[in-house]
Unconditional design. Sequence first.
Length: 74
Amino acid sequence: MLGATSAILAAILLIAPARRLFGFGPLHGDDVAIAIAAGIAALELLDLLKRLLGPGGRPLPRLTSVNAARSRNS
């Protein structure tokens, strides 16, 4: 599904009449660089979070005050 969506968007951006139909302008190098940099930054951040919080990483700290209050109220 991702491949088909990417192919359709690439075709729209590369074919001038389709680009005009959908109201897109031509891509400039700086726009592409910003998009790629943002994608890489998002992937790196998600990978860092996965290492900190995910399987094999350090678990989330327990909320002892909430657990203690629940046990007192029971």
